[in-house]
Design a protein around this ligand. Structure first.
Ligand code: ASP
Length: 324
């Protein structure tokens, strides 16, 4: 079994080096240890465990990432995702999510209210409609029609936090704490196929109707099964402006390692935003996995971390490198 896996990986790395894409980078050790899962922030630790179990049960990469991030959506103590997520400035919890598989199939929902698991609605959009994204009431109606339950997502604690925020009504998304932390998960399976999921309640106290990067394929999440996958967290406007995740993947296609690709895009964001008022509170972070299983996380400012699970690491938290 182990020998077979070794041979497969060896064969794969020979193929990828010669015919797929140049992923070599002298500064980074290339790991061929797959399967592997990485996801943003500390809520990724549990989410990865759920995903890993699904994968080991043979349920496939797509189900693994879906149920992995659902773990955060379901947790009322996660203040930035799903149930318990902090609301917008009108006191409404509005959710964004997307999911993508190794065939470039993808689904998304944005500005969805009263549905606890937007990631599962996103998957259903992908699998049962001719579209990629449903939004607002249309997404809600679609979910209800497909058996999802309508429920109040604003917890007592979130309501108190919102009422306190209203006293000053100052919109400055706080970085690196639980009101600014999407869960984005990337998975490479033992066949080197890639999967990704991304779900969030978005920046706390956003304008009603605001949609961030997280449900946008190419911004919050992107993968190209020939090359690698990337996902984002942080201030969505900055990630959309630069097509963040798509650019990380494109940098990998052009030969960069995951760490260099993430760094390159963070530096573009940094350059673009240095003179903008949001620089003061700007944080963005990317995670990436290349087709051969190499991985990285990188952020603009200190404080970003990500969870790593593979055959050697039982959901450990890794501090990401950062720029400034
Ligand atoms: N990217 C998310 C958004 O802008 C927020 C976050 O990652 O914290 O909606």
């Amino acid at each position: 079994m182990i020998r077979r896996k070794f041979l497969k990986n060896t064969l794969y790395s020979t193929l990828s080096a010669s015919s797929l894409v140049n992923l070599s980078n002298k500064n980074n050790s290339i790991s061929k240890d797959v399967p592997r899962i990485i996801s943003t922030w500390n809520h990724g630790v549990n989410a990865n465990k759920v995903a890993w179990e699904k994968l080991n049960n043979g349920e496939g990469g797509l189900t693994a990432v879906e149920f992995g991030v659902r773990d955060s959506e379901n947790d009322p103590n996660e203040r930035s995702v799903g149930y318990g997520g902090l609301p917008d400035r009108d006191g409404k919890v509005t959710l964004d999510a997307c999911i993508m598989d190794s065939n470039n199939d993808c689904g998304a929902v944005s500005f969805l209210q009263n549905i606890k698991n937007p990631i599962s609605v996103a998957r259903l959009v992908m699998e049962t409609t001719p579209h990629i994204m449903l939004s607002g009431k249309g997404a809600y109606d679609f979910a209800i029609k497909n058996g999802f339950k309508s429920q109040i997502l604003l917890t007592e604690q979130s309501k108190i936090d919102w009422e306190n925020w209203l006293k000053k009504s100052d919109y400055k998304p706080v970085i690196n704490i639980e009101n600014h932390d999407t869960i984005s998960m990337l998975l490479i399976d033992s066949d080197h196929n890639l999967f990704g999921a991304c779900t969030t309640s978005g920046t706390a106290w956003k304008m009603h109707g605001r949609v961030g990067d997280s449900p946008i394929i190419g911004a919050g999440l992107f993968l190209d099964n020939e090359v690698g996958a990337a996902a984002a967290t942080g201030l969505g406007e900055a990630v959309i402006r630069t097509a963040g995740s798509a650019m990380v993947v494109e940098c990998m296609r052009n030969g960069m390692s995951p760490i260099d690709a993430c760094k390159e895009v963070v530096q573009r964001i940094s350059k673009l935003h240095k003179d903008r008022p949001e620089w003061e509170y700007l944080q963005v972070g990317f995670i990436a996995i290349s087709k051969n299983g190499d991985y990285a996380g990188y952020s603009l400012k200190k404080g970003f971390n990500y969870a790593l699970t593979d055959n050697e690491n039982d959901s450990i938290l890794v501090d990401a490198k950062y720029s400034v």
